[in-house]
Design a protein. Structure first.
Length: 174
């Protein structure tokens, strides 16, 4: 019995179980407002969707409408209970940083009004993304749920699915 308690204590305090802090990322909205993540979202939770590859961008955009409807417009049975701020972050890394201004300008002309404030354009270093966020596949979008202290409490990657959205909702209901 004593060794079982010791094992449980060790498992509870192992470093691998610690939540990772989300790194500071600064960007601009289409309205030209500077947003610093995760500090910009003083809510119980923050949902941040990020992509840094050309193939990942359309997959990230597929998350916009369902996330907006569920967490911002509050459509759904329990949607009114979520205390979450939502951001989508197209990241410009390496030589793609040259496309930052033209992409921002194009977005300003074509974006749906309801998502304008949710999209933050940012420049980043690939090494930061890979080392701190384990974003190793540039063909996939990454979705992070952060707590009030900016720690990652849930993450998923890839194309939108109802199952992934429901998993996020489970975290937000806690």
């Amino acid at each position: 019995m004593r060794s079982l308690l010791l094992l449980l204590a060790l498992l509870a305090f192992t470093p691998g179980r610690a939540q990772t802090a989300f790194p500071r990322i600064e960007g601009l909205t289409a309205k030209g407002q500077t947003v610093v993540l995760p500090e910009a979202a003083p809510r119980k939770y923050t949902l941040i969707g990020m992509a840094y590859g050309q193939k990942a961008q359309p997959l990230l955009e597929d998350w916009y409408e369902p996330a907006y409807l569920r967490f911002v417009a509050k459509h759904g049975l329990f949607a009114g209970l979520y205390d979450v701020r939502v951001y989508f972050v197209p990241l410009f890394v390496g030589v793609n940083q040259a496309a930052y201004e033209p992409s921002l300008a194009k977005f300003r002309r074509s974006a749906a009004p309801e998502v304008v404030d949710l999209v933050v354009f940012a420049k980043a270093e690939v090494e930061l993304l890979q080392a701190e966020l384990d974003m190793t596949d540039k063909s996939l979008p990454y979705i992070f749920v952060l707590d009030e202290q900016g720690r990652i409490v849930h993450r998923t990657q890839g194309a939108f699915s109802e199952e992934k959205l429901e998993a996020i909702e489970e975290v937000l209901m806690q």
